[in-house]
Design a protein around this ligand. Structure first.
Ligand code: PLP
Length: 552
């Protein structure tokens, strides 16, 4: 099957060349209710239609005319789909894809009194802890309160250790106001706190000048990918990403017009990473692109595995042999539930391996959105970049300065993450109690979800060692696959769509993350609180049983 993007000009719709293919998938982008939608249709094309056409025959001899979705006034706009950056049209981000949009519509339908077999939507599609009822950590919120409203420093309601930290941050701000721009890489005091945190974690030196504060991990990841040269000897840069992967990576690679080199994680061995597969992936890409980077997500999203130290060593050796920058996405480092698993930072392992690996280029990412803080909306993150030559660091700096600075709220959140209350300080006990409660509840939810889903007919589930997701494999019955095909949907999307419509549970089909051909998965978060998770699993079980009975 050949994929064809429909381009619209002012009045006519044009199809790309369809010569030589008898099936086409048509995808078009349009805006509805301010939400970008993409419609897909799979058509059989008769032999006669090997030219540009706007009307053609589809299965069962029905003639379909594709409708140009532009209203007349839109056709006069200077920016059209066929003259903007095509990478924007190409990129996709499944976590907020069509099912997420449909979940929003269903919520509105429920509000307006439309009857459904459920009374609320369960949003298990995105790793947003507080949206699913997690309570914020008091210490962090107090620090935000005091830095944003310094008059509260006089209030007896705030503990002295938080006041001291807030004063320190305010002293570092221009005009003692959190509303001022900071240095482009963030407040020096917070960067120093991050460096100390990394030093304590790895028992290794960390130079605070290598630490850059960002508005969530996302902008840092995008900036580092954008650092790569667009064209070397006529070849695009290649970025190695795991499959399945967090779709920020595939979306960014598409947005920047780079080449994704997917390496499969091995589901049968708990989503481990086989060095032979890394070699297979790089060999298969041949001369198509110039491999420059390997991305590793540890603990894994969506797969929930924690890499062993041995596995990390193998990846480092592979990166060395193939001259790759390592981007270590370590945002879930505090989220480990399996007592036998342990988080090893790439930095620490590289250091311990000694020469020549200890001088390899590495960027490691961290976030305030994950862990036990779950402050997704505040947008706090950082990255540490090491062993990069000074000239490249200077160029990176220049690019960072052009973005002014990351949000100061995010910088304060990172300060709270890396400089928590210490033993004997007034906030310590409450902080530890809240932190442990969140982490032990996440562990309980991970185990509950794993145990429940493992009992479903046709499911294969790996234990959730870390992060916030489960990614089960489902054997979808042939009859269901046929029904999916009739609706022009991949089987996993069909399953997830049926689940949403029948139960209000919103998950993401595995195809949004990548999966081995002819397999079906989905990703669900483990984030609903225990009572809600029990309701969710109950609804899910009933749905699955009915689905299997119907299609078996
Ligand atoms: C693996 C991974 N990296 C990065 C991010 C981005 O996080 P942030 O909210 O800090 O931008 C996420 C968000 O879900 C993620 O799962």
């Amino acid at each position: 099957m050949q994929k064809i993007r429909i381009l619209y000009n002012n009045s006519n719709m044009m199809l790309g060349t369809i010569a030589g293919c008898n099936k086409i998938q048509v995808s078009s982008l349009f805006l509805k209710n301010n939400v970008i939608r993409r419609s897909y249709s799979l058509f059989n094309v008769s032999e006669k239609q090997h030219q540009n056409v706007s009307s053609f025959t589809i299965r069962r001899n029905i003639t379909a005319t594709c409708i140009n979705p532009y209203a007349a006034e839109d056709q006069r706009k200077f920016l059209q789909l066929n003259n903007i950056n095509p990478n924007f049209v190409e990129m996709e981000y499944a976590v907020r894809g069509p099912l997420f949009v449909r979940a929003g519509e269903i919520e509105k339908e429920l509000k307006s009194g439309v009857w459904k077999p459920f009374d609320y939507v369960i949003r298990a599609n995105i790793g947003d802890c507080q949206a699913m009822g997690q309570r914020p950590i008091t210490f962090l919120r107090q620090l935000l309160n005091l830095t944003f409203a310094p008059e509260l420093l006089e209030s007896p309601d705030f503990p002295d250790d938080v006041k001291d930290r807030a004063e320190e941050i305010l002293d570092a701000c221009q005009g003692m106001s959190i509303g001022s721009y900071t240095d482009s890489a963030g407040l020096e005091i917070v960067r120093r706190q991050v460096a100390k945190y990394i030093e304590n974690r790895d028992c290794l030196a960390c130079d605070w000048r290598n630490v850059f504060l960002t508005s969530g991990a996302t902008p840092g990841i995008k900036r580092i990918i954008s650092l790569l040269k667009c064209d070397i000897d006529g070849k695009k840069p290649g970025v190695m990403v795991p499959i399945p992967q967090y779709p920020l990576y595939s979306a960014t690679i598409a947005e920047y017009g780079m080449e994704k080199i997917g390496y499969y994680l091995e589901e049968e061995t708990g989503w481990s990473l086989n060095p032979e597969e890394l070699k297979r992936a790089i060999d298969d890409c041949g001369t198509k692109c110039m491999p420059r980077v390997i991305v590793v997500i540890n603990p894994g999203n969506p797969t929930g595995q924690v890499l062993t130290r041995n596995n990390i060593e193998e990846i480092i050796k592979f990166a060395y042999t193939n001259k790759l920058l390592i981007m270590a996405d370590e945002v879930y480092q505090p989220n480990i539930y399996d007592e036998k698993a342990r988080f090893y930072s790439f930095k620490k392992v590289m250091h311990d391996m000694g020469s020549p690996y200890d001088s390899m280029e590495l960027v490691s990412f961290m976030s305030a959105s994950k862990g036990f803080l779950g402050e997704c909306g505040i947008r706090g993150g950082y990255y540490e970049i090491i062993n990069v030559c000074p000239e490249v660091m200077a160029a990176l700096w220049k690019s960072i300065t052009a973005s002014l600075c990351s949000t100061t709220a995010g910088q304060v959140a990172i300060s709270a993450l890396v400089n928590p209350p210490e033993q004997f300080e007034p906030s310590y006990e409450q902080y530890m109690c809240e932190r442990d409660e969140v982490l032990s509840s996440l562990k309980e939810r991970a185990e509950f979800m794993y145990e429940t889903l493992s009992k479903f007919e046709g499911y294969q589930v790996n234990p959730i060692q870390g992060a916030m997701y489960v990614f089960p494999k489902i054997d979808i019955p042939v009859k269901a696959a046929v029904a999916a095909k009739e609706r022009n949907m991949p089987a996993d999307t069909f399953y997830a769509t049926e689940l949403l419509e029948k139960t209000g549970i919103c998950i993401v089909p595995g195809s949004g993350f990548g999966q081995k051909p002819f397999t079906n998965h989905f990703r669900s978060t483990i984030l609903p609180q225990i009572p809600a998770l029990k309701v969710m699993m109950d609804r899910f079980k009933k749905f699955h049983t009915t689905f299997m009975n119907k299609y078996k």
